[in-house]
Design a protein around this ligand. Structure first.
Ligand code: ADP
Ligand code: F6P
Length: 447
C-alpha cells in the first residue's frame, strides 16, 4: 500500500497539525490517519531570490510528514496574489469584471507549479498516490508528468467552476484546462460544477471528465465542541451582552464572494420593513481579514466599514446597536459556541464552492431547540440543504423576508426544517468525502 501525498498551496499550520481546523484539514486527517503520508505545499513564508531549488523543510506530526518550501516575494505576488487570487478566484466565482490578467503573472504561476513539481518529485516513491488541491495548482499534474511521474494523481477543485462562456474570458483558458488531462481523477463540489467543467472539456476537445464529491465537516466533533464551549467566558459574555435579543450570526472570511454588502443591505431592509423587530435583534458579523494585499479585498473592507457605520448611525438608538461587525478571527471552539447560541445564521454568498460554515452551524445546534439557517441558493451546500430558508442574496427584500420568517417560526417549524439538514450534515462528512475520492482515484490499482 503506497503513501498518500497531499499537495495544497496552504499546508496546515503547526498548531492545526495537532488540532485540525477547517473541513479540508479534518477530512484529510482521517484520510492520512493510519497511512504513511506526506503533505506538501507553501510554508507561508517568503525568502530572498535564489538560483537553486529549495530543499523542503520537514516536520513529522502523528505519522504525517509536512514538507514545505518558502516562496520568494516575487513568486508569491505573481502566483498567489495576482494569478490565483486576482484572476482565478474572481473568474471561478463568476466575477469576470474583477479579474486582472497579466501574462507575466501566468508565467509566474507556471513557474511556481513547475517548482512544486521539481521539489515534490524528489520526495516520491513508486507506489505513492498523489492528491492535488485547488486552483493554485491546476497545472501541477502536468508538470509532474513532464518529469516522468507515472503515479496515480487526482485533483480536487474546492471553488466553483464557471461555464465555458465565462471561463473563456481567461486568455488561454483552454491551455489551463488541457493540463487536467494529466490527472487520473478530477473532482469538484457540485453537479453544476461537473456540468460546467465537462462542458468546457467537450468544447475544447479535452479528454478529461469531472465528478462531484461534496466536502463536509466532522459533525460529531463539532457538535461536541459547541456544547463544551457553551459554558466558557466568551460565550457567556456574548449571551449576557444580548439582554435577551435574538442573535443573527454571519461568519465568513472578508471576501467579495461572500455577499457581505448585499447581506447588510438585506438586514437594513429588514429593519425598515419590519419595525417591530427594531431593538429586538442583534446582527453579529464575524469577517476576519483575508488576502489583505489584493486590492479588491482592500476596497471591500473600506466599503463595509462605511456601510456598517452608516447602518448603525441611522438605525441605532442610545441603548441598542443593530450590527456588531468584527474583522479579527475568533478561536474555533468559541466560534462553535457562538453558532450554538445563534437563533439565526445568515449565510448569503453570491457564489461559494461549498460553504462549510452552513454545515458547522447545523452541527452546532440543539436538535430539540434548533436555530434557523438562511442560506444562499448560490452556495455549493444549497442543493444538499434544501430545507434551509433559501434566498437570492442579490435581493435585499428577499433576505428581509427570510429574516422575518425565521423570527416568526415556531419551535415545531424550526425542528421540521432542522431535522433533515442535520441528517444530511451527519451523512455527508469530511471523511466520507476523502474516502470516496480516494476510492475512485485508486480504483483498479489493487487488482
Ligand atoms: P472558505 O473556504 O471560502 O473560507 P468555508 O465556509 O467553506 O469558506 O470555510 C471557512 C472555514 O473557516 C470554516 O471552517 C469556518 O469555521 C472557518 N472560519 C470562518 N470564519 C472564521 C472566523 N472568523 N474565525 C475562525 N474561523 C473561521
Ligand atoms: O476555499 C478556498 C480557499 O482558497 C482554501 O483553499 C483556503 O484554505 C481558503 O480559501 C483561505 O484562503 P487563503 O489560503 O488564500 O488564505
Amino acid at each position: 500500500m503506497g503513501r498518500l501525498i497531499i499537495v495544497s498551496n496552504r499546508v496546515p499550520s503547526p498548531r492545526e497539525r495537532l488540532q485540525p481546523a477547517g473541513g479540508l484539514t479534518v477530512g484529510l486527517r482521517d484520510a492520512v490517519r493510519g497511512n504513511e503520508s506526506l503533505w506538501f505545499g507553501w510554508s507561508g513564508a517568503t525568502t530572498d531570490e535564489r538560483d537553486d531549488d529549495p530543499l523542503p523543510s520537514l516536520d513529522v506530526v502523528e505519522g504525517v510528514t509536512y514538507a514545505t518550501i518558502d516562496l520568494t516575494a516575487r513568486q508569491l505576488e505573481g502566483f498567489y496574489q495576482n494569478f490565483s487570487n486576482g484572476l482565478l478566484w474572481p473568474l471561478c466565482h463568476y466575477r469576470v469584471g474583477l479579474m486582472t490578467y497579466r501574462r507575466s503573472d501566468w508565467e509566474t504561476y507556471l513557474e511556481v507549479n513547475a517548482l512544486f513539481a521539481r521539489v515534490l518529485v524528489e520526495q516520491l516513491q513508486p507506489d505513492d498516490v498523489i492528491w492535488v488541491h485547488d486552483y493554485h495548482l491546476f497545472p501541477l499534474g502536468q508538470a509532474l508528468r513532464d518529469l516522468g511521474v507515472t503515479n496515480r494523481i487526482g485533483f480536487f477543485l474546492h471553488i466553483p467552476c464557471p461555464p465555458w462562456s465565462l471561463m473563456r474570458s481567461l486568455p488561454g483558458a483552454d491551455l489551463l484546462l488541457r493540463d487536467m488531462e494529466a490527472y487520473d481523477l478530477v473532482g469538484v463540489q457540485t453537479q453544476e460544477d461537473v456540468e460546467n467543467m465537462n462542458q468546457s472539456f467537450s468544447l475544447c476537445g479535452i479528454a478529461a471528465r469531472a465528478q462531484a464529491f461534496a466536502i463536509g465537516i466532522d459533525p460529531i466533533e463539532f457538535h461536541r465542541q459547541a456544547i463544551a464551549s457553551a459554558d466558557t467566558p466568551a460565550v457567556r459574555r456574548l449571551v449576557e451582552s444580548l439582554h435577551g435579543r435574538t442573535l443573527i450570526l454571519g461568519v465568513d472570511r472578508l471576501d467579495y464572494s461572500k455577499g457581505l454588502p448585499e447581506r447588510f443591505a438585506g438586514f437594513e431592509a429588514f429593519l425598515e420593513r419590519f419595525p417591530q423587530y427594531r431593538g429586538k435583534v442583534t446582527f453579529l458579523q464575524i469577517a476576519p481579514v483575508s488576502r489583505g494585499d489584493v486590492p479588491e479585498y482592500q476596497a471591500l473592507r473600506r466599503q463595509l466599514d462605511e456601510q456598517v457605520g452608516r447602518i448603525n448611525g441611522v438605525h441605532a438608538s442610545y441603548d441598542w446597536t443593530p450590527v456588531r461587525y468584527m474583522t479579527s478571527p475568533v478561536p474555533r471552539d468559541t466560534l462553535a459556541g457562538f453558532y450554538r447560541e445563534a437563533d439565526i445564521a445568515l449565510i448569503t454568498p453570491l457564489r461559494d464552492g461549498m460553504n462549510l460554515v452552513a454545515k458547522e452551524y447545523v452541527a452546532a445546534q440543539d436538535p430539540d431547540d434548533p436555530g434557523m439557517l438562511i442560506l444562499s441558493h448560490f452556495a455549493g451546500a444549497a442543493p444538499e440543504m434544501m430545507d434551509a430558508v433559501l434566498v437570492n442574496p442579490f435581493d435585499p427584500d428577499e433576505i428581509a423576508d427570510a429574516l422575518a420568517l425565521a423570527m416568526e417560526a415556531t419551535r415545531d417549524e424550526r425542528i421540521a426544517r432542522f431535522t433533515p439538514l442535520d441528517v444530511e450534515v451527519r451523512r455527508s462528512t469530511a471523511s466520507v468525502w476523502a474516502r470516496d475520492f480516494l476510492k475512485a482515484l485508486k480504483a483498479g490499482l489493487d487488482d
